[in-house]
Design a protein around this ligand. Structure first.
Ligand code: ADP
Ligand code: MG
Length: 707
């Protein structure tokens, strides 16, 4: 079927894109441009002013905004609206309400009030709360986030209006991923503005953190997907022998994109364009059938919302092409997994990127100050940063020589490293090797060289004018890692600003004071900087010597959410209270336990009801063919297999440790995952000897190579 695929009549064609009507970008977004057309001028102005300031909106304007939004949405076929929010499941939630209400005379009118725009009250009893709310207390509120524009999601049979909202308990505690992110953006803005004032900048009113996520994913033929109960239930293959060819030849990376895949990507991008998601790049990734897509960066809040939409559209559109999009961090053992590179920076409302080093970073004392704050923050909170990306799926990826290790470190690049080393030694900065690169033939142009190479193995790399946090998982929401980054950098900026204030008040000239503070911070935190190969064994030993944390698994990492220094930083900026952090810890721990449990049950069921019978049939055939030697090999494998399955079932039947506790999670990791691995090892051996027509699961060589 895959080989025979052809566009199924819904081809999008190639319209003339110089014709305005053919441009779809933002078509389904209630964007500032649409608002300007639709809202009374005074309302539009107040709304934009509130957004620019990051301040509160006058709620008396809500009725007019709601009414304009409804008219606009109905013109586009929307019959319903929903408060679209991001509970602690990591995905998005929506409950649709019709615009229509009966009038009593047998007809109905469409209505949407300001009250309905601003606040919703979903029966929210079944979302994870981490104990913030008992299950019988169902009340939760959704609150309109005017800083992320509303949009319309289309279906062939209609459409509905999505209003990005925050989700809180009726006591006002955050039950979602948006509230802490917004709070952390406020925290960072406040401290960054404070620092900018010390440098004499009076104009900027607000600093936004920015995010540009590069999303990796797999696309596989849907027939294989539906023949694999493990993929359907857990998102990853729990069985599968190594295929003869994996990604060793590196022939897939940046390779030409197969036609069916490209058709799918083009439609995904078109759908995302309508939603105002500015997709910019696409390419083949390292593993077979693995791809990547990335947008232009946006402010963290909008960027995180758009990232959720990108994952949804990838999954939805893939089905139109007979494909399934896999977002799991490690769908195939022994083959590269998928991550998300979280490009992060800070920019002012006046358009200044605070992590732009300029041509001579060593002389750019403001850049050095902000960069030193990031280094200090990442060093101090390295374990928390690791915890912010800890999930069951990630444990198969981080540290597996394909993704950054579980050890957090920063790559600065030669040029920045020289600048900081000069700041420490007080010597003038040695010459950078910029200049031009000749390619040995006059027909090719000389290329300007960068001040430093890249390092793709680093979990946290400086890449020109931003840091790239590369340890985020492919299926994850971006919110928690960015909330952590914003909060810890806010804390470091405050620390350095206080020192700067003290020094300048004591009469030290600004430049001298900054240089002294940068030097001090660098010396105290440079242990986190590592320019070498993060995959190398030597680095692990070296990191241990330096005293860096190496938290290999989720149960090791999560407790850092509750460390005193975490509570202190999050409490100080009111990003997450102790109770809210506890709730998140509980939810993440519970999700880890539940996911491993589901995998174990799925693995046991597949092994017992699919693989064992297939192996037994194969054995019977060998015996019938009077091949006792071959039969005895299979028979003994089957014996081992049956024992291992029994052990897995038993191990997973009764868990040790108090339900939902760290001990429970450690049991799942040490006993249940280990028992699964034993079953798999034997199954993968059987896969290689059982008759192919009897083996019930599609193999890696099929799933990964049929495009
Ligand atoms: P590469 O694969 O070389 O890292 P890509 O072009 O695939 O580069 O992705 C780079 C990402 O970084 C893009 O999403 C881009 O928008 C984002 N980015 C660029 N500048 C910033 C910034 N100031 N803040 C956040 N993200 C940024
Ligand atoms: Mg990248």
């Amino acid at each position: 079927m895959a080989a025979q695929w052809s566009a199924n009549g819904a081809a999008l064609g190639s319209p003339d894109l110089t014709v305005v009507a053919n441009q779809v970008f933002g078509q389904n977004v209630f964007s500032p441009a649409v608002q300007r057309q639709r809202l009374p001028h005074s309302v539009f102005k107040s709304l934009q002013e509130a957004l620019a300031r990051g301040g509160a909106l006058d709620t008396s304007l809500a009725d007019q905004i709601a009414s304009a939004m409804k008219d606009w949405a109905m013109e586009r076929g929307a019959t319903h609206y929903t408060h679209w929010f991001q509970p602690l499941t990591g995905s998005t939630a929506e409950k649709h309400d019709s615009f229509y209400a009966p009038t009593g005379d047998g007809s109905a009118i469409a209505d949407f009030s300001g009250k309905e725009l601003i606040q919703g009250e979903p029966d929210a009893s079944s979302f994870p709360t981490g104990g913030i709310r008992a299950t019988f207390e169902a009340r939760g509120y959704t609150a309109w986030d005017p800083t992320s524009p509303a949009f319309i999601l289309e279906n062939p049979n209609g459409a509905f209006l999505c209003i990005p909202t925050a989700f809180a308990s009726w006591t006002g505690e955050a039950l979602d991923n948006k509230i802490p992110l917004l709070r952390s953006m406020d925290a960072l803005s406040g401290t960054a503005i404070r620092a900018l004032r010390l440098f004499g900048h009076e104009q900027a009113q607000r600093v936004f953190t920015t995010v540009g996520p590069e999303q990796e994913y797999f696309l596989i033929d849907e027939q294989y997907y539906f023949e694999r109960p493990d993929l359907v239930t857990t998102g990853r293959t729990l069985f599968g022998a190594k295929p003869p060819k994996g990604h060793e030849l590196d022939d897939h990376y940046f390779g030409s994109i197969p036609e069916r895949i490209l058709a799918c990507m083009l439609e995904v991008e078109r759908e995302l364009a309508k939603l105002g998601v500015p997709i910019k790049t696409r390419h083949n990734e390292v593993a077979p059938n693995q791809y990547e897509v990335a947008p232009v960066f946006e402010n963290s809040n909008v960027g995180c919302d758009h990232q959720q939409l990108a994952m949804q559209q990838l999954q939805a559109v893939a089905r139109r092409y007979g494909l399934v999009c896999l977002l799991h961090e490690k769908p195939f053992a022994g083959v590269n997994g998928s991550g998300k590179h979280n490009n992060w920076s800070m920019g002012t409302d006046t358009g200044m990127n605070l992590l732009d080093p300029g041509d001579t970073p060593a002389d750019n004392i403001q850049f050095m100050f902000f960069c030193a704050a990031v280094i200090q923050a990442v060093n101090k909170h390295q374990a928390l940063l690791r915890a912010s990306v800890a999930t069951a799926g990630q444990d198969h990826r981080l540290g597996a020589n394909e993704a950054p290790p579980a050890i957090m470190s920063i790559f600065l690049g030669a040029e920045l490293l020289r600048a900081f080393e000069a700041a420490e030694s007080g010597e003038p900065v040695s010459d950078s090797e910029k200049g031009f690169l000749g390619l040995g033939t006059p027909v090719l142009p000389p290329l300007p060289m960068h001040g430093g190479d890249r390092n793709r193995t680093s979990p946290f790399a400086f890449t020109g004018n931003k840091f790239e946090f590369r340890a985020v998982g492919s299926s994850m929401s971006l919110s928690l890692p960015n909330t952590v980054l914003n909060t810890i950098v806010a804390e470091a900026l405050d620390d350095l600003s206080s020192k700067l204030e003290t020094a300048t008040e004591a009469g030290t000239p600004l430049e001298e004071a900054v240089r002294a503070i940068v030097k001090e911070s660098w010396t105290a935190n440079k242990q986190i900087v590592f320019e070498g190969d993060n995959y190398a064994e030597e680095w692990h030993a070296e990191a241990q010597r330096r005293g860096l944390q190496n938290l290999r698994t989720t149960p090791e990492a999560l407790p850092w959410l509750l460390e005193p220094q975490t509570l202190e930083a999050f409490g100080r900026y009111e990003v997450l209270s102790e109770r809210e952090l506890h709730a998140r810890y509980d939810v993440l721990l519970e999700q880890y336990i539940i996911k491993v449990n589901i995998e174990a049950e799925t693995a046991a069921a597949i092994a017992r009801t699919m693989l064992l019978p297939a192996s037994a049939r194969h054995l019977a055939e060998l015996r019938a063919a009077d091949l006792p030697q071959l039969a005895s090999v299979v028979a003994s494998l089957i014996e081992d297999f049956s024992t291992a399955i029994g052990k897995l079932e038993q191990t997973n039947a009764a868990h040790a440790g108090e339900e939902g506790s760290l001990d429970h999670a450690a049991y799942m990791r040490d006993e249940v995952l280990a028992a699964m691995a034993e079953v798999r090892a034997i199954a993968d051996k059987l896969e290689k000897i059982v008759a192919d027509d009897l083996w019930p699961l599609p193999k890696y060589s099929e799933i990964l190579f049929i495009k």
